[in-house]
Design a binder for this molecule. Structure first.
Ligand code: HEC
Ligand code: HEC
Length: 484
């Protein structure tokens, strides 16, 4: 597949010679680090800067100028360094809207009432724990980190006539929650070429106590809330850059096609999808409007009616928190908050094992989709994010990852087998930020290694090469992924 012209800028590193990308001596983008960072941070986040090599190697700046040298619980919660004061203030306001619980209407909580009537969680942060990944409800809990999209069997991709587009497992008093989600584990044994055995687990979904009629013969797609670091940088990549990486008919014959997801966003934007596991929303505003509406039950100027179908009469009659329950200004603050979240720096850069893993990541073909380096365009309100080199390890394109990961439900133009390549920045910190974090779209993989073993379809050849590595090589590749 064709990759757009890359510009790799790199510091003075002993391992530079082994890097699989072309090198140039372009000057690194200067960004304030360490000390100045605390000032750019909302009061709720306690940064724990570690002793990073100084100056931080350019290649470790996964988020370019939006990189911060942090690890620990709050590693995903900092604003990009060097933002103007008005952007820092907007970040703090957005942060409060992101973390605080919405409450049932009517309530005195100024501008924070209107939760539900049907909903999944009462705050954004419930599903994006400390701005990281949501928790999978293994014991049937509610309000953790997943959503389940629904379609009737006979109308793939359409909302369910009775239950709507998303299962709501919580409701305000007087309204029945739609159903309880149950995950029944299925284990699948396997073996590496060197004889080492492993076991993978996925779930069969069951819907208990459906309150509005039968819910057995449906198409469904369970997704876990993602880490939000760097989403503003992904938004800043030009459409042209994504289109240049597409190869829908696999003209270069490498077995990997990849196509951009053309969508109409929840905010009405027609463009290329970037957000969500199937790249179904094109802008952060669109993602926020959709989350407010379906996940929290908060109406907005764009989505003025509650997410309830005509048969859910108690829900339709429930008191409202205002019409609409949130205005565009607050939606803008929430989108801004997500947009400027900083990316933690890569750790252990230069470590022999990590650098061997970096080579194996390219040699096994992972970089065909998890593209190490991209350049943003000029189309972003954040000046510092314009025309900069970032290392997201994604192409943001849809790929067919095979039957094993397919969920049999269309989402826009994405088929049940297609998934957006997820960015890998922050990967090694996911479990630091949320110890219950898991991998892949439905969190079925308990470890990074399991996530790789689930790859199929366009990634089948790459997975096969991984299977043939010996134990030391596998450990090196995993050490590299853990350093991201
Ligand atoms: C009930 C759980 C839940 C709640 C509550 C929730 N989200 Fe999400 N969020 C998700 C899931 C699941 C996805 C992936 C959606 C998909 O695959 O289409 C997601 C995706 C996102 C993304 C895109 C990330 C990426 O890398 O593409 C952003 C940004 C986001 N959410 C922001 C928010 C904001 C802001 C709120 C509050 C208004 C919120 N979310 C509330 C579960 C949730
Ligand atoms: C054909 C494109 C493609 C190739 C090649 C590929 N991946 Fe992926 N990768 C994806 C997609 C798409 C997903 C999301 C799948 C899902 O969630 O169901 C993914 C998910 C992952 C995840 C889980 C990320 C998360 O946030 O949970 C990891 C880790 C990963 N890939 C690593 C690798 C490694 C290592 C290789 C090489 C051995 C590789 N991938 C090769 C497309 C690819």
């Amino acid at each position: 597949m064709s990759v757009p012209a890359r510009r790799c800028s790199i510091g003075v590193l002993p391992f530079a010679a082994v890097l699989p990308v072309a090198l140039s001596l372009a000057a690194p983008t200067a960004a304030p680090f360490g000390a100045s960072n605390a000032a750019d941070t909302a009061s709720t986040a306690t940064p724990s800067p570690h002793a990073a090599p100084s100056p931080l190697a350019t290649i470790a700046r996964l988020g370019g100028p939006a990189t911060v040298a942090v690890e620990g619980l709050h590693a995903f919660s900092l604003a990009a360094p060097g933002l103007p004061a008005k952007h820092r203030r907007a970040f703090s306001v957005g942060n409060a809207f992101f973390r605080d619980n919405w409450v049932i209407a009517p309530a005195s909580a100024e501008g924070r009432d209107g939760l539900g009537p049907l909903f999944n969680a009462n705050s954004c942060s419930a599903c994006h724990m400390e701005d990281g990944r949501g928790t999978v409800p293994l014991e049937g809990e509610v309000g953790l980190g997943v959503v389940v999209f629904l379609s009737p069997r006979e109308a793939d991709g359409e909302p369910h006539p009775t239950y709507g587009a998303q299962l709501h497992d919580q409701a305000i008093p007087g309204v029945e929650p739609e159903a309880r989600l149950r995950l029944d584990p299925v284990t699948i044994p396997g073996r590496y070429s060197d004889g080492t055995s492993y076991e993978l687990t996925r779930w069969d979904l069951a819907f208990e106590n459906p309150a509005y009629g039968p819910l057995d013969d449906v198409r469904h797609s369970m997704r876990v809330g993602q880490q939000l670091v760097g989403v503003g940088l992904l938004e800043a990549i030009d459409d042209g850059t994504l289109l240049a990486m597409e190869d829908p008919d696999d003209r270069d014959g490498d077995g990997i096609s990849g196509r951009a997801h053309r969508v109409v966003g929840a905010d009405g934007t027609v463009g290329l999808g970037r957000f969500g596991w199937k790249a179904s929303q094109p802008t952060l505003e669109a993602q926020v409007i959709a989350a407010l509406h379906e996940d929290l039950g908060i109406t907005s100027p764009t989505r003025p009616h509650e997410a309830a179908t005509s048969v859910q009469s108690a829900a339709l009659a429930a008191p409202s928190g205002g019409s609409p329950e949130i205005d565009d200004h607050k939606i803008g603050r929430l989108a801004h908050y997500c947009r400027v979240l900083a990316v933690p720096a890569q750790r252990r850069v230069g470590d022999l094992k990590v650098e061997q893993g970096r080579e194996l990541f390219a040699a096994t073909g992972c970089t065909a989709c998890h593209v190490p380096e991209l350049r943003t365009g000029a189309n972003t309100p954040i000046e510092a994010f314009r025309e900069v080199v970032i290392r997201p390890y994604t192409d943001l394109l849809l790929h067919d990852l095979g039957e094993g990961l397919a969920d049999d439900r269309r989402d826009g133009e994405a088929s049940g087998r297609e998934w957006r390549t997820p960015p890998l920045w922050g990967l090694g910190l996911l479990k630091v930020v949320n110890p219950d974090a898991r991998f892949l779209h439905d969190g079925r993989a308990a470890t990074i290694e399991e996530a790789i073993l689930w790859h199929g379809g366009e990634a089948e050849a790459s997975r096969a090469r991984f299977m043939q590595l010996d134990a030391d090589e596998r450990a090196a590749l995993l050490a590299f992924l853990e350093s991201l």
